[in-house]
Structure formats: structure tokens, C-alpha cells
Design a protein around this ligand. Sequence first.
Ligand SMILES: *Cc1c(COP(=O)(O)O)cnc(C)c1O
Length: 512
Amino acid sequence: MKRFKEEKTLMYYESTRSKDIKATPAEAILQGLSDDGGLFVAREIGDTKLKIEELANDDYFTLAGKVLGIFLQNEDGGFSEKEITQCVKDAYSGKFATDEITPLVKLQDAYVLELFNGPTSAFKDVALQILPHFTKVALSKTNIKEDILILTATSGDTGKAALEGFKDVDRTNICVFYPNDGVSKVQEMQMATQEGKNVAVCSINGNFDDAQSGVKEIFTDNEIKEDLKKQGILLSSANSINVGRLVPQVVYYFYAYIKLVQNGSISIGDKVNYVVPTGNFGDILAGYYAKLIGLPVGKLVCASNENNVLYNFLTTGTYDKNREFLKTISPSMDILISSNLERLLYYIADKDNGYVAELMEDLTRNGKYELKQELFAKIQSQFKAGYADDEETQQTIAKIFEKDGYLLDPHTAVAYKVLMDELSVGELADETNVVLATASPYKFSKAVMESFGDVKADVDEFEQMKQLQEKTNISIPTKLADLQNKTVLHDSVIDKEEMKAYVLAKAKEFKK
Ligand SMILES: *Cc1c(COP(=O)(O)O)cnc(C)c1O
């Protein structure tokens, strides 16, 4: 095999379900999902390990270059070191509230890794700020002549983060659909006021499933794809199963670790546990990837809300999605099919694509699958799991504010509660624990205010934000505070049946 640098292994991606479907890093990023429905994974992950001693003085940017290099470098359709460095700079310079990008905060019982200091106040920014730059470089490495049109259905956070990431990026356009019954007022204003000459935002009469199934229909409609191709446009997705969204998340696991080394809390080689509020299993899988490439990870703790399908899987070995879908105050974790889990299964099963394909067939056919006992044991030795209901989540928000003066958002509070439960029975105690904080509390002001028992029924979300600030003295992220005064630029409301026509019309406008 060719070598990019002496010590580096070339990365090729393959489908979790078939090792005959191969892709270079660039192809994997542009395609998103493999044609057989599998996810792209690299057999070689883990062959090259990073040495903590060589990272210990890095800032976020330098560290990101090294970590991303592991996953994307490849002379044959991959990225060069220089290209990766440029992507990192374009993605993160001046775009986050702090140059630390993901600062680590010490509370009494744990460290909190803040992932929400990006332009949309959600952790998805860390990946979606850089994905468009990867896309641009990937386009230059393939013989694709068309421009990319990203289509996304969103229940709130992903849509805005994707819009901010892709706005005004060359050769890309983006179209976001959100349900008019579903997103919060703040989330709606974030999207409706989106600037950029390559963006379109549209509200759908219906719920998230309507928006989502509408987008899926467009992706599988060959006629519309042909039509767009004639106009020089290729459809793509910014969904969390894209390799380009997953690998930027590996960086902050290392960042937290070297911060702990730098402040003297741990010595190089000590193990650290990470507690992760989980939905689609992307964020926590990035922690597993970090471990595969050399980070001394103790336990990865998977925290769920009442949609605790992952908790059941990680404690029994059986995944069963045949259950009621519950709406909670941590909506970004309301999910019953955690797509990225398929990647963990691939690595746990020693890269046995056939076995993964079997499990996924069981899932499609029966809504469930059962893992072989010895593989389940392997998962149990590395993962822990817990969950919290809405009431416990709100109690945790109030309690930690009282105890530490720190304000958790509902998603992060789920994780914090799960950690507290472990600590209270003596698990993970006397170890170093990092809780990943995935959103600003101000994105969920109502649920947070309710935690303190003071919400007035008749005030709108912007008023709630203000009241929350008065109560806690913690400032509102500027971009959220300014929303109220911004001009609404997108106000189309259409039926699901009109989505195809809308996309075609927008494609024409973008081409002008
Ligand atoms: C998306 C999201 C999560 C869940 O992350 P996954 O990678 O889907 O597991 C948790 N919290 C917030 C605020 C999110 O937006």
C-alpha cells in the first residue's frame, strides 16, 4: 500500500455492510451514505495512533489538523496536510465565541466540555462549520463538475447549524425544510432570518416526519435528480451519518484531555471518562474513535432521555425500537433509530461486514436485533449507560445552578444526572469525568426557567430568555439575543407535496 508519510496509513472507506463498496475520503464525504444503505467506515482506523506527548502543547487548531489528518489524509483522493489546515482555519477562525473553541470548565463533581460556543449555540456547529470546507476540497478532488445542493429536514438544531456552515461557500447551495408544527420560536427565527445568497429555508405544513419523508422522496426520485443534473446540480446531505460530520467531533475529546494534562489534573496516560448526551450516537461514537486512535479513555457513558432505546441496548444487548416515541424537553435526543450505532457494531464485530448487514436486516424487518453474547461483553467493558426523565433533568438544572452557579441546558443536564447517579453508587468516583455540554441553555429557555419553578405561561420565548438572564446573571449569546430584531428573509410555507417543485424552483434561482 502507498504511504502518505512514513508513519501514516492510507485511509480508505468501505460500507459497514459490504467490504466491496469502497470510497476515498473525498467520495465518502460527498456521497454521505453508501449505496447499499451502509455507513462509510475505514478498516484502517486504529493502525495509526496519536501520541499524547506530541499533542500536549497544541492549541485547538493544531490539534484538529493532526486528528483530522488521521482520518482524511490519503494521496489517492484524500486530503493533504495543507488542505486540512486550511479547512480548520476557515471553519473555526473568528467563528466561535472563544479561540479555545471548546473550553473545559471545572465544576465540583465533574468537568464540563462546552461544545456550544459556535454561531448557532449548538454542538452541531463544531462539525457543520467545517463540513462545507471539506465538501469544497472533496469536489476539487473528484471529477464532479456539478455544484452541490444540500437538502436537509430539521427538527431544529441541525438546520440552522447547516445553514450557517454552508452560507456563501463556493459551489454549494443549501435548502432547509422545517415543520411549522415542531420547532421552537427561537429556532424558527434563527432559520427564518438566515442570510446568504446560496440558502433557502421553507416551512412545511406538518410535523418533522412530513418534512423528513418529503426530503427522502426527493433523494430517491431519479426524475428530479436528472432534471437537476441538467442544470448542473448534484444533491447531497449534511446528515450526521456523513464521515465529514463525524471526524471533527473526535478533536474535542483530545482537546479536553490535553487541557486536563496542562492544568495538572491528570498525567499523560491516565484514563478519563466521558459522559455524552446521546441521540443519533454520533457524538459518543467520536469518543470511541478517539480511543481507537490512542486517547486514554476509561468509560464512555451514554446518556439518554426517556427515549432510552440505547440504554436498553447497552444494558441487555438487544436493540428494540418497537416502542412509543416520546416528546421530551431534550428534543435533539428524541430518537429511536440511532444510525451511527451501526459503525460501533462494525468495529466491535472485528469489521465483519456480513454480520453487520444481518443485524441491520433484522432491524428493518423486525424493528430489533440481538447482539452475540461475546460482542455484547466487549461493548459492556467500554460503555456505561443511563437515562433521565424530564423531571429529573429539570431538578438537575436547578441543583447544579445552586451548587456551582453553572447553568446546564436540558440535554447536558440529562448527562449530568446520569453521572450523578453513577457517582452516588460509587461508580466512576475518584476518577476524572468530563460531561459534554451540547447546547446553550438559552436555546431552551422555557424548560430551563421551569426548572426553577418560575415560568409565566403568557410570555414569549424572547421574554423568557431575558427573565432567565435576570435570574442567573449569565449572559445570553449575542446572536440569540439579536434575533428578535432581525429581518425575516424566508417566510414560505408549503405543503409536503409542493417540496419537489420548490427545490426545482430554488435550483434555478441559485444557478443565476
Ligand atoms: C444532536 C444533539 C445531541 C445528540 O447528539 P448525537 O450525535 O445525535 O448523539 C445532543 N444534544 C444536542 C443539543 C444536540 O443538538
